[in-house]
Structure formats: structure tokens, C-alpha cells
Write a protein that binds this ligand. Structure first.
Ligand code: NAP
Length: 546
């Protein structure tokens, strides 16, 4: 059965409750034994529970010379010894026998875990002929670098590994879409022996963070970016500090941002910290989603409690929700989805309040007199873009009494949105010479200028001279080229970071049914934007908790 199975049916919390805490393992992948030992020490300092010694990575590895030093006691961390052959994704190219001898020596020297591949597990166990020390656990592993098999096939694989007499089962597969991970969660929940179940690559990322919820024996976190032993492996610091992995358990509610791409989003850092600050048993993860309807159908358990929506799913989200807030329906874009107790998905839009209030406050800050009417009333408001954010800005500006004009790369979409809100449409070329009056407001709602393309800008500096106020929805970087040049032209500028903070506060309120702690999101977002106040992911590394 190739179809993804709904996670709604696979999360009996009691099944996972009995499991021990999921361990955090850092792969040590250095080329020299001394450096590998230093990596283990660094992993311990970061709070890992064990280190995987990847013997196949060592250049000129001599087991009798190098292993006694690597496994000398006292050690900072328990050791998982892996000597992965090339045919299973590792670097060892020799015969099995010398490899088996090295693994046997590691056991004799007190390695707490040894990993052997399923294909040769029986052969290895025969080779050991009952001499495995009691204290050493044998992990029998299977790696699939192409896809994630069907639930039935995964079940058969599990039974096959169990039949070898493995102490711990390890199954690593590859996600071609995020729904593949649900099958691995099912296997984790139903497995009767300790199991490591991970799904590799960006679309499988959630398997690495959420495995404690489903009872996974361990998850891997790299020492630092660039030292991953598998695609899309998070750093151990991110697992501990951003995702609060130590707190994740069967009852943890899951929230996250659905997008494609989604890796750039700062939302996980913000929302996880906000959850932590009010002591909520919840985690917020990035969901790299290709097909929104399929994703929502698959992860339909009440435990998947709420979602942020970003590019390119905001409009599709309107169709995928069971109920849509009237304003979000009018806008035609949903950026927040919550699951009601009856299972219904309800869509909201917090972008428009976030963006419009940010622009209003930006203008008011330059005015000496206070007025109750919106500073947008009567102004000519030009929106570049006709996607989810463009619709929210256009709708919000119109609500405030502005005269809205839409400019978009795809002119037909500009016309469509223009018709919806009763405003004219322009091509991007026409916008270059558009100057019907003074004091216009400009809002960029395209991704132009977003990191890494920070030298791009949606409008020339010459054309910017016609605007009194310029807003950019892009918030990475905070000061885009558009805003820098607009400021140089004398315009009041409003950063997308302001919108980001305010829409996130709105989302938190929907997710939790309570207001965000005053100033919390602002302080966090500001620290994210200012690398000098950050360490790692904006938080100092956690103390080891062994
Ligand atoms: P979307 O629904 O996919 O819409 C993207 C819009 O940008 C479309 O109008 C598209 O034009 C246009 N566009 C994309 N690439 C372009 C290019 N190279 N040249 C010209 N136009 C281009 O995305 P969205 O959700 O509205 O998000 C748009 C941007 O706003 C993103 O950068 C997002 O990060 C940002 N945003 C920021 C916040 C915040 O809190 N600050 C919140 C929401 C969104 P076509 O119609 O021709 O495809």
C-alpha cells in the first residue's frame, strides 16, 4: 500500500508513554582519531546523550591502534560504533571480515552500542559466536536512500530486523514527500522493541524532531552545520535550544509552518520560544509541503493542532479549511489554521492586521498630531504582488479607506485582484513611470530582495522618489535594498519584520486562545535580526543534561 496513512489513527499516547526518553546522538565524523575524540567532548558539552563514532570516516584507520584510545574510559559520552560500508551509504570499501573484527574489538573495549547493517547482520552475529558482551547493545540497521516504502513493506522490514535478534532496530528511509514520514511514525508507535526510525532529507525533517513524541529510541543531531552524517540532519544545538526536544513527549501538541520553501523561516525559533516562555507542552516545526490537501489529510490527528501557512499555500489553504474566517475568505488567503476539538480546520488571516497596523504606526510615528482616522484613508496605496500577502495588504488598505492600485508580474492576477477590491491594475513596467500624485504609499509583497537575492529590488530608485511611505513584506534581511533606497529618497520606511512580529502574535493568539506575552515576539525577533545579541540560534547553548 503506497498511500500515506493518516496519523490520526496512529497516535495512541499510551503506546509511547512506556518508552524511555529519546536519546540525542551526535555523529563524530572527523578524519583523525584525535579530532573525533574532540568532537565527542564537544558533543557532551552541548548536551548530547551519546556519540556515534563513524569509523569509516577515519583516514588510515587502524583498529588496534585507534580504538583503545577512542574508547578509553572514563569517557565523556557512551559510544555508538558504526563502520559503515560503501554499499550502505558509508565510506568503508574493504571486505566484511576486517570490519567485523573492528566492531568486535569495539565491543570488547566497552562500546555501549554497535551498529551492523541488516544485509550482513546474520553473518556478523555468527562471526561473534555468542561473544557479544551483555553491556553492548546491537543495533541492526537498514538505510534506504531512495524512498520510504509502504506501511506493509516497512512492517516486513521491521519483522526481518527483529528476527536477527537485534537489541535495537534502526530504519532510515528517504522522504520524497512529507506524508512519507507518517508511515515511519506508525512504525515507531507500534514497534514492540526499541527502534530508531528516521526519514532523511528536507521533507523528512520532522521525523528527526518529533520522534520523541512517537517513541523513537534516539535521534541524531550534528555538532554543527556542515558536519551532518545524513541529509537535513539538524544540529544538536537546534534540537535542544530551538525545538526543546527534551520536553517533547507523547502528549506534546505539534504546530508548524507549512511552506515551500520553508527552511528560511524564523517562525520555529519565535514560536518555540514563545511556547517555552509560557510553559506550554507544544513544539513548532517547519513542514516542507508540496500538496497541502494531502498533508492536512495525512496529519489529521488532534495532536497536529495548528499551522502557519506561507508561500505558496495561502490561497490553497482557503479551499482546504472546513471553516474560514469571513475576513480571510474576503482576502482569499489563509495564513493561520487551527484544528477545532471536533476536528474541523478553521482558517484565519493575521497578515493583514499585522501589515496594515505596522504601516499605520510607521506613518503615525512621523506625525506630530494624533488622529483617530487611519493615516491610510484617502491615500493612493500601490501594492506590488497579487499573492497571499498582496491580497491581505490590498484588502487591509481598502478597509482603511485607501485607494488601492495593484501591480504584478502576471498582469492577469493584478487585474483579478484589482477587480476584487475595485482598483486599477498595472504591469511592473508601467509601475516604473507611475506618478499620478504626491504622497503615495508603496507596499512590496513579492519575495524580490529576499535573502539570498539581497541585491534585487522590485522598483528602481528613480521610481521610488514618487513615494512618501514604502513598506517591504520581505524581512530577511530587515533592511532590504528597496527600503534602503527608499530611505535615501526621503520616504518613511516600514520593515517586513514589523509585520512578521505582529502576524506571529496574532497566530499565537489563535493557536493558544490567549494573548502573546507583551513584547515577547518583538524582543525575540529583534534579537534574531541582530546577530551580535545572538549565540547559535539566539540562545546560549544549554548546559549538558546527562
Ligand atoms: P505568493 O502567494 O506566492 O505570492 C508571490 C507574489 O510575488 C506573486 O504576486 C508573484 O507574482 C510575485 N513574484 C514572485 N516572484 C517574483 C519575481 N521574481 N518577480 C516579480 N514578481 C514575483 O507569496 P506570499 O505568501 O504572498 O509571500 C510573498 C512575500 O511576502 C514573501 O517574500 C514572504 O516571505 C513575504 N511575507 C512576509 C510576511 C511578514 O510577516 N513580513 C508575511 C507574509 C509574506 P506572479 O503572480 O506573477 O507569480
Amino acid at each position: 500500500m503506497a498511500a500515506a496513512m493518516s496519523v490520526s489513527a496512529v497516535v495512541p499516547p499510551a503506546a509511547a508513554v512506556a518508552r524511555a526518553r529519546t536519546l540525542l546522538c551526535v555523529p563524530a565524523t572527523a578524519r583523525a582519531p584525535r579530532e573525533m575524540a574532540a568532537e565527542v567532548a564537544a558533543a557532551a558539552a552541548l548536551g548530547a546523550d551519546l556519540a556515534e563514532l563513524r569509523l569509516d570516516r577515519l583516514a588510515g584507520f587502524a583498529p588496534r591502534r585507534d580504538l583503545p584510545a577512542l574508547l578509553a574510559k572514563p569517557r565523556t559520552l557512551p559510544a555508538l560504533v558504526t563502520y559503515r560500508p560503501k554499499w550502505e551509504g558509508g565510506e568503508y570499501e574493504g571486505e566484511d571480515e576486517p570490519r567485523f573484527e573492528a566492531l568486535q574489538l569495539a565491543m570488547e573495549l566497552g562500546a555501549e552500542y554497535v551498529d551492523i547493517e541488516l544485509k550482513v547482520a546474520d553473518k556478523f552475529i555468527k562471526f561473534m559466536s555468542g561473544k557479544k558482551p551483555e553491556t553492548c547493545k546491537l543495533i541492526v540497521s537498514s538505510h534506504n536512500y531512495e524512498n520510504t516504502p509502504s506501511a506493509e513493506e516497512l512492517g516486513k522490514l521491521l519483522a526481518q530486523i527483529q528476527a536477527t535478534g537485534a537489541d535495537i532496530v534502526k530504519i532510515a528511509t528517504t522522504a520524497t514527500e512529507i506524508v512519507d514520514v507518517s508511515r515511519m511514525f506508525q512504525i515507531l508507535v507500534h514497534c514492540q522493541v526499541p527502534i530508531i526510525g528516521l526519514v532523511m532529507n528536507d521533507r523528512g525533517f520532522i521525523s528527526r524532531v518529533l520522534c520523541p513524541k512517537f517513541g523513537g529510541y534516539l535521534t541524531f543531531g550534528s555538532l554543527e552545520k556542515g558536519k551532518e552524517s545524513a541529509p537535513a540532519q539538524p544540529t544538536v544545538a537546534d534540537l535542544i535550544n530551538v525545538y526543546n526536544i527534551r520536553q517533547i513527549g507523547p502528549d506534546t501538541k505539534v504546530f508548524g509552518i507549512i511552506g515551500k520553501p520553508v527552511g528560511h523561516s524564523k517562525s520555529p525559533i519565535l514560536h518555540n520560544e514563545a511556547f517555552r516562555s509560557v510553559g506550554l507542552n507544544a513544539v513548532y516545526v517547519p513542514f516542507l509541503v508540496d500538496d497541502l490537501a494531502k498533508f492536512l489529510h495525512t496529519y489529521s490527528s488532534p495532536d497536529f493542532a495548528g499551522f502557519s501557512c506561507t508561500i505558496p499555500h495561502k490561497e490553497d489553504a482557503v479551499r482546504c479549511c472546513d471553516e474560514v474566517d469571513p475576513i480571510a475568505r474576503d482576502i482569499g488567503a489563509v495564513n493561520t489554521i487551527i484544528r477545532k476539538p471536533n476536528g474541523n480546520l478553521v482558517g484565519y488571516n493575521t497578515d493583514y492586521v499585522g501589515a496594515i497596523s505596522a504601516i499605520e504606526d510607521g506613518i503615525r510615528a512621523t506625525q506630530s498630531t494624533r488622529s483617530t482616522t487611519s493615516p491610510l484613508a484617502g491615500r493612493l496605496f500601490v501594492v506590488i504582488g497579487a499573492g497571499g500577502a498582496g491580497k491581505a495588504l490590498a484588502y487591509g488598505a481598502k478597509e482603511k479607506g485607501a485607494r488601492v492600485v495593484i501591480a504584478n508580474r502576471t498582469f492577469a492576477r493584478a487585474q483579478e485582484l484589482g477587480n476584487l477590491i475595485g482598483g486599477p491594475a498595472l504591469t511592473l513596467a508601467e509601475l516604473e513611470n507611475y506618478h499620478p500624485e504626491e504622497g503615495m504609499i508603496l507596499a512590496n509583497t513579492t519575495a524580490i530582495g529576499m535573502h539570498p537575492n539581497t541585491n534585487d529590488t522590485p522598483l528602481s530608485k528613480q521610481a521610488l522618489k514618487s513615494y512618501a511611505v514604502v513598506f517591504d513584506a520581505v524581512y530577511t534581511p530587515k533592511e532590504t535594498r528597496l527600503l534602503r533606497e527608499a530611505a535615501e529618497c526621503g520616504a518613511t520606511v516600514v520593515s517586513g519584520l514589523e509585520m512578521f512580529i505582529r502576524q506571529a502574535e496574532g497566530q499565537f493568539e489563535h493557536f493558544m486562545g490567549m494573548p502573546a506575552v507583551d513584547g515577547k515576539f518583538r524582543a525575540l525577533a529583534t534579537s534574531l535580526d541582530n546577530p551580535s545579541t545572538m549565540k547559535g540560534n539566539g540562545r546560549a547553548a544549554a548546559k549538558p543534561r546527562l
